[in-house]
Design a protein around this ligand. Structure first.
Ligand code: NDP
Length: 396
């Protein structure tokens, strides 16, 4: 039986905790976060004393180790912020725990993310005989597992990979982000970047865009942005000639984003305000709607998938694999909107793949390195059904 410790009681942590608590593969479940009252609220909603709670500052390896030594988790599911990835990995190594996260490490003082910092833990996890599973949300996460499934079953060589992420939901707010505002704004305001013929091509933010059609949704303007799974996928599938990531944004969202940047509220460096040091983007987070609170009035669907071109049995083929998730349905099941739901379900499922011995190994792994079949067999029953289209016009 497996003891699971979840760190981070935000929107994603709420879904992960519900799904892990409902899974008999886990004997003991704990949710720990910076603010214990948020953990207690999640545990109370699940009921039955199934979920223990604790306060922890995940920036402190010493505090994490104290908690790990008392709860003795087999696996730690990190759904706090990307800033905490390395301290939690350090604590896992020190205490002999396995690790899973949904977002790659980002230093607080630089809006930049890449896998190098976490891939550098490879030898230490290997030597310790522990598994670290990186990027097991939806994107990164299911998008990489979809790609692995395509490579395993439908292609001899993948040549062109376009990951498409559409949120056609409406939450009725003038401006809000769907996950942690600080991380989200850092991600979408950075330069565009995609992979072509062995090189990374860098563009101004949102410079490349075009309308794409999404199943059951229709046409939405979609923008090329950089996303972390591109880095591991082009490494693990070297036949890829071009890999891009597209995300939809409404004009209203982009206008707000531009104003936020122009007036300096997206700054990540500290400033002095009334004699107190504050970071503008952190202050902004405090006044924006909590993504967790958006669910009650959220309507419409998300649609995320992979559009792939390549060769099978000497013939060119196209393939589109995707999931549509309904905000209202996600809220009905978990009390959170679809973005927290689509991230939390795969994180909990990845942990259960480890718990059942289906995804094991000593070292640091991106999710596409594991067998996609058992994961995708359970993804639908867990609430995220997926669909395939063969040899259709994939537009890209
Ligand atoms: P939230 O901001 O809602 O939740 C983050 C939680 O982590 C909060 O409860 C926060 O505590 C806690 N936390 C922050 N710092 C610390 C710390 N030092 N010690 C302990 N706890 C801490 O974020 P989301 O739930 O929206 O997102 C969670 C993660 O999921 C993020 O890393 C995000 O990047 C990732 N994500 C991944 C996606 C994917 O598809 N792969 C998609 C969406 C998100 P407090 O409540 O006190 O603020």
């Amino acid at each position: 039986m497996c003891r699971a410790l979840i760190i981070g009681a935000g929107g994603v942590g709420t879904v992960v905790t519900q799904k892990i608590a409902a899974n008999p593969a886990f004997s003991d479940v704990m949710l720990a976060s910076r603010t214990k009252s948020k953990c207690d609220a999640v545990a109370a909603a699940i009921g039955g004393n199934r979920v223990k709670t604790a306060q922890v500052d995940a920036d402190s390896v010493a505090e994490l180790c104290e908690l790990f030594r008392s709860f003795r988790p087999d696996i730690v599911v990190n759904v706090a912020l990307p800033y905490q990835d390395l301290t939690i990995m350090d604590a896992c190594l020190e205490c002999g725990c396995n690790y899973l996260d949904t977002a790659n490490y980002e230093p607080k003082d630089e809006a930049h993310f890449e896998y190098s910092w976490q891939w550098a833990y490879q030898d230490r996890f290997k030597a310790a005989g522990l598994t670290a599973i990186l990027g097991c949300g939806f994107d990164p996460g299911v998008t990489a597992i979809f790609t692995a499934y395509a490579a395993k079953h439908h292609f001899d060589e993948i040549h062109y990979l376009d990951i498409v992420d559409c949120n056609a939901g409406n939450h009725g707010m003038a401006f809000a982000t769907n996950f942690n505002p600080e991380i989200n704004i850092r991600e979408v305001t950075q330069k565009g970047r995609y992979y072509e013929n062995g090189e990374w091509v860098v563009t101004e933010p949102h410079a490349i865009h075009r309308p794409l059609n999404y199943p059951e949704i229709g046409e939405r303007e979609s923008y090329v942005i950089y996303h972390e799974e591109l880095e591991s996928l082009v490494k693990n599938y070297p036949t890829i000639k071009r890999a891009r990531f597209w995300m939809t944004f409404g004009q209203e969202y982009l206008t707000h984003l531009r104003v936020i940047q122009n007036i300096g509220m997206a700054r990540i460096d500290p400033i002095i305000y009334n004699g107190v040091e504050i970071v503008p983007i952190q202050f902004l987070k405090a006044v924006l709607p909590d993504p967790k609170s958006l669910g009650a009035n959220y309507h419409g669907q998300t649609s995320i998938g992979c559009r792939i071109r390549g060769i099978k049995d000497g013939k060119e083929r196209t393939y589109y694999i995707y999931n549509n998730c309904d905000h209202e349905q996600a809220f009905h099941e978990t009390g959170t909107q679809a973005v927290s739901f689509t991230t939390g379900v795969p994180a909990a499922l990845g942990a259960s793949m480890w718990a059942k011995g289906l995804w094991r190994g000593a070292g640091v792994f991106n999710v596409e390195e594991f067998d996609p079949d058992p994961f995708l067999a359970e993804l639908g029953p867990q609430g995220l059904p997926w669909h395939e289209l063969f040899d259709t016009d994939i537009e890209v």
